[in-house]
Write a protein that binds this ligand. Structure first.
Ligand code: SF4
Ligand code: SF4
Length: 471
């Protein structure tokens, strides 16, 4: 598994334990023992942490997140996990928290400090010392040294160093966040500002300590399956790229796991491409300078939050998920719809809209299969109940939405651009579009570099996933 790390391995192990506990009806009975079983007192399991108790505390919060609670929701440290598990099994809808920072796991990584590396040659020109407005750089033993007490982190020294010897150390989560939504709180640990967060999931993907966790709906879905409730799976276009099996095998495994129906969200994407093409023609004819796609909530969220002048240019066409949810409701009335994807932002779309009742990540789906002893490739293949065209499936990769929309236009296509990822380059381009200086008239926006196949909760290597998607 190419995206595997020690933290993802542990998360998946916990998911399988929880899913199995739900299936066997022993979750509440076993869950409090899980941290002790996984982190026994001897032998000492992980030299990273100070003691086994710290590791067990972190496990407790990871389990809380998997049960659908934020670490911040804990008001009583003595409340047993069994009580959380019972609440989770009894609820019909969980609250709107998407991500949680596990304080105990967060190492409060270095933040915004400039430091001189071994690459410094102590050069004669020494532009760094002259550039520093606070005189914070001195030469010691032939090398530049920054006085952290005087440095104001303006970066002028870094910009001028010919050897790129000055680096800015920063917390990976803060560096990754395009919205400036995660920052150190009073106790030095990270806090997510929910009002600013665009739910791109980059903090979750980039934290090397696994300190940012998704607030999961695994229990809600596994519980509904165990109770035999009617569920229909809505498969994100990127989903089939995450397993080394055919789509019919995946649909067969979902049926064997207990889902009543399987719907490709890419079927909704096919309709979206048609509708967005018509909207593009209409709005350009009406004199609007540009139209942006609306399918990625992280992209549209960032546009609304940081480039409000561009917000009116976001397409009014509903997302593929919203369209597919309508198709699924018509086909399976009354069934609870479970959207399965590698995305955090779509979880927010679901929480804020009426497209689906629950969201599962690819990892969570994999753990459900493992808990049931289901091997996808060995399941009898069945066709999804609603299928899509290759163009609709292409929404999963950067450039795919643009291609699908433009394919519906007659005559010459307008100038178009595809932006993937929400980092500095994309934000520079968005700034230009917001001030009316963008070069294109149709703009595809994806929150993840490479598109959904590189989503924060993917299992497969993005290059492999893209190959599986086809040309
Ligand atoms: S990257 Fe992870 S461990 Fe480091 S500050 Fe951010 S949340 Fe904490
Ligand atoms: S999900 Fe994205 S926007 Fe929200 S805090 Fe994490 S990195 Fe920032």
């Amino acid at each position: 598994m190419p995206n595997e790390t020690q933290t993802s391995r542990l998360r998946r192990e916990l998911m399988v334990h929880l899913a199995r506990g739900i299936q066997e009806g022993t979750l509440a009975e076993r869950v409090d023992r899980l941290p002790l079983e996984l982190r026994p007192r001897h032998p000492r399991p992980d030299p990273l942490r100070c003691c086994v108790h710290s590791e067990r505390a972190i496990l407790r919060y990871r389990i809380m997140a998997l049960l659908g609670f934020g670490a911040e929701d804990e008001t009583d440290e003595l409340k047993p996990l069994a009580a959380y598990a019972r609440e989770a099994l009894a609820r019909r809808r969980r609250d709107d928290r998407l991500l949680t920072v596990i304080d105990e796991a967060c190492s409060a990584c270095e933040r915004g400090r400039h430091t001189v590396t071994d690459a410094c040659r102590g050069c004669a020109a020494r532009p760094c010392t002259l550039a520093c407005p606070k005189h914070a750089i001195r030469l010691e033993y032939g090398r530049a040294v920054i006085d952290p007490a005087a440095c104001v982190n303006c970066g002028k020294c870094r910009d001028l160093c010919a050897f790129q010897a000055i680096h800015k150390l920063s917390a990976p989560c803060e560096r990754a966040c395009p919205a400036g939504a995660i920052a150190r709180g009073e106790d030095g640990k990270q806090v997510i500002d929910r009002a600013r967060c665009v739910a791109c999931g980059q903090c979750l993907a980039k934290c090397p300590f696994g300190a940012v966790a998704e607030v999961s709906e695994l229990v809600d879905v596994a519980g509904a399956l165990a109770r035999g409730e009617a569920l229909v799976a809505l498969l994100a276009p990127a989903l089939a790229t995450q397993f080394d099996v055919s789509l019919p095998h995946l649909a067969g495994a979902l049926r064997e796991a207990g889902f009543q129906g399987v719907v490709e969200v890419a079927a909704g994407a096919d309709a979206v491409a048609r509708q967005e093409a018509a909207e593009l023609v209409e709005r350009l004819e009406a004199g609007e300078p540009v139209l942006t796609t609306s399918c990625c909530p992280a992209f549209t969220g960032l546009v609304r939050a940081k480039f409000p002048a561009l917000a009116p240019r976001i397409s009014a066409t509903p997302t593929p998920l919203a369209v597919a949810a309508g198709l699924a409701e018509a086909r399976f009335p009354g069934a609870r719809r479970v959207f399965i994807s590698p995305c955090v932002a779509k979880r927010r779309e679901v929480l804020e809209g009426d497209g689906a009742h629950h969201v599962l990540t690819v990892e969570e789906l994999g753990s459900l299969f493992l808990a049931r002893g289901l091997e996808i490739a060995a399941c009898a293949p069945v066709d999804p109940d609603l299928q899509a065209s290759p163009a609709g499936r292409g929404f999963a990769a950067a450039g795919g939405v643009r291609a699908a929309v433009l394919a519906h236009l007659a005559g010459e296509a307008p100038a178009s651009e595809a932006l993937a990822g929400l980092g500095p380059d994309t934000q520079k381009a968005l700034r230009a579009y917001a001030s009316g200086k963008g070069p294109a008239r149709f703009l595809e926006g994806m929150g993840c570099e490479g598109g959904c196949v590189s989503g924060p909760c993917t299992l497969a290597d993005p290059r492999l996933a893209k190959r599986r998607l086809g040309p």
